[in-house]
Design a protein around this ligand. Structure first.
Ligand SMILES: Cc1cc2nc3c(=O)[nH]c(=O)nc-3n(C[C@H](O)[C@H](O)[C@H](O)COP(=O)(O)OP(=O)(O)OC[C@H]3O[C@@H](n4cnc5c(N)ncnc54)[C@H](O)[C@@H]3O)c2cc1C
Ligand code: HEM
Length: 425
């Protein structure tokens, strides 16, 4: 069931108008979907709805797919990210029909008389093709999750203040059955009841310890919201809102409390079967972005015959997360190098898409990275692998720097903590 030539042409003809009205579509269609199905507030991230980030990301993918439904290769990494996120949130196939109904209705409202029965049928088919691709992949992922579909209850056995505003939670499964060995770099979705809004909310947290069958560790940074005038810019009042879930976890969840957690998910990972290979591993993080990289580092170090050079370059505003551990590793492993630098950058999480100073960020990251020896960055080694995680502008800048230095794209992997970043970077 592919689109006919005429249907593709009709769809392409409608794209300029839909693209131009993207903001109207995203604000109106989710509003009507959530009005008719308020229970979905429990699934969608309220902040990403308010800022429009997730609806925008969804619309971008649908329009990109519809523009070239037979050439989806470029979209695959983005679709994979979506499926991983969906599965960590327990999205089900039947919800696709519901979302499609409201989305296509909003297309009809934008296109008016141009939304003929023929065009509507073409769009229904295009949406259904994309939905079927996503559902197919999600079925596979759910199958891999095995018995742990949905949420599993964990008890907080320990809560450790790591550095200013970042707390680690040690989570042990209440049912005491062994945990699956996730791929280092993956995240879980933690779901909590948020009394302020009267709904459940899920947030993703990278697993910050090497895989093991007993417990998981997550490390959560308090999101204070941005004070007015941060970085010399004025910000709108909404940015003063402290983050809902991070503050709730840090303020109200203590040792002995339970948390509802999803199966690990996410495509940012490290294949530990290659640990002990010869290419240097270079970790580049900022702020709380050290979490998934710590899981990767610790799992690599578990291998008794680690030979390759490992470097960790970290940027933070104050004391770096996991600094003591990283320095201890440096003392024990002769082929390990660490470099730390201080910058406000590490505080800018989640807001850089609106940052008019992206070029400035790039320049400052480049200046810092140019101070690091090329050998530590593995720049003259054709097989070095790079793992980047931090605020969007940091990650994008590091990536650009590496590309400029001739590092091949396939050797650079980034984890993004915000929604829809692949489009923004
Ligand atoms: C794959 C992945 C891994 C992650 N790993 C980690 C991790 O290891 N550790 C970690 O600490 N975090 C991690 N995160 C981030 C985490 O999921 C949350 O996004 C973070 O904790 C903030 O959630 P919150 O509920 O506290 O804030 P939210 O309530 O989601 O708010 C987020 C921001 O949006 C702003 N905001 C809210 N409403 C509006 C509005 N109307 N207009 C403008 N701005 C608004 C808030 O002020 C706040 O700054 C990860 C995210 C992903 C996707
Ligand atoms: C063809 C259909 C769909 C597409 C193209 C799509 C696309 C997306 C995209 C691009 C993201 C952001 C991923 C990221 O960058 O992290 C996302 C997240 C999400 N999607 Fe979908 N999606 C579809 C269907 C659905 C359905 C049917 C539901 C359930 C009703 C759903 C619920 C969610 C939720 C809850 C999130 C996470 C929200 C957040 O963290 O802000 N999606 N989706």
């Amino acid at each position: 069931m592919s689109l006919t030539y005429r249907q593709s042409t009709l769809i392409r003809g409608s794209l300029p108008m839909l693209r131009a009205q993207g903001e109207t579509i995203t604000s109106s269609f989710y509003a009507s979907l959530l009005r008719a199905h308020p229970e979905l507030h429990n699934i969608f991230n309220s902040a990403n709805q308010a800022t429009g980030r997730q609806p925008r990301a969804l619309l971008n993918i649908i329009l990109a797919f519809a523009a070239a439904p037979n050439h989806t290769a470029e979209l695959i990494p983005r679709l994979e990210r979506v499926c991983q996120k969906h599965c960590s949130l327990g999205i089900t196939p039947d919800q696709y029909d519901l979302l499609g109904k409201y989305l296509l209705r909003s297309f009809g409202e934008i296109l008016g008389d141009r939304y003929t029965a023929e065009l509507r049928e073409a769009w229904e088919k295009a949406y259904s093709l994309l939905a079927r691709m996503l559902i197919g992949r999600e079925v596979q992922l759910y199958r891999q999750f095995g018995k742990w579909a949905g949420q599993r209850i964990f008890r907080i056995e320990d809560k450790v203040a790591e550095v200013d505003d970042i707390y680690s939670f040690y989570l042990w499964p209440v049912d005491k059955t062994p945990l699956p060995l996730f791929t280092p770099g993956q995240y879980v979705s933690v779901r909590v009841d948020v009394p302020q809004i009267g709904y459940l909310q899920s947030r993703q947290y990278s697993l910050s310890e090497a895989p093991n069958e007993e417990y998981y560790r997550i490390s959560v940074k308090r999101d204070r919201g941005v004070p007015s005038g941060a970085n010399g810019r004025s910000v709108d009042a909404a940015h003063l809102k402290p983050g809902l879930v991070s503050n709730l976890l840090i303020n109200d969840y203590n040792i002995g409390d339970t948390l509802s957690v999803s199966h690990p998910a996410g495509g940012f990972g490290f294949d530990s079967s290659t640990a002990g290979g010869m290419g240097p591993l270079v970790f580049l993080s900022a702020g709380v972005g050290a979490t998934p990289l710590m899981s990767i580092l610790n799992s690599v170090l578990e291998s008794p015959d680690v030979q390759q050079q490992i470097s960790w370059i970290h940027c933070s505003r104050r004391k770096p997360l996991f600094e003591d551990h990283i320095r201890t590793v440096g003392r024990r492993h002769k082929n390990f190098h660490s470099r730390f630098w201080r910058s406000m950058l590490a505080e800018q999480e989640q807001r850089e898409t609106h940052n008019p100073e992206r070029d400035g960020v790039f320049e400052s990251v480049r200046t810092e990275l140019e101070r690091v020896e090329r050998s530590v960055l593995g720049l003259d080694h054709g097989a070095a692998e790079y793992f980047i995680c931090g605020p969007d502008a940091f990650a994008a800048s590091v990536r650009n720097f590496l590309l400029e230095q001739g590092v091949g794209e396939l050797r650079i992997r980034c984890e993004w903590f915000s929604t829809g970043e692949l489009e923004a970077s």
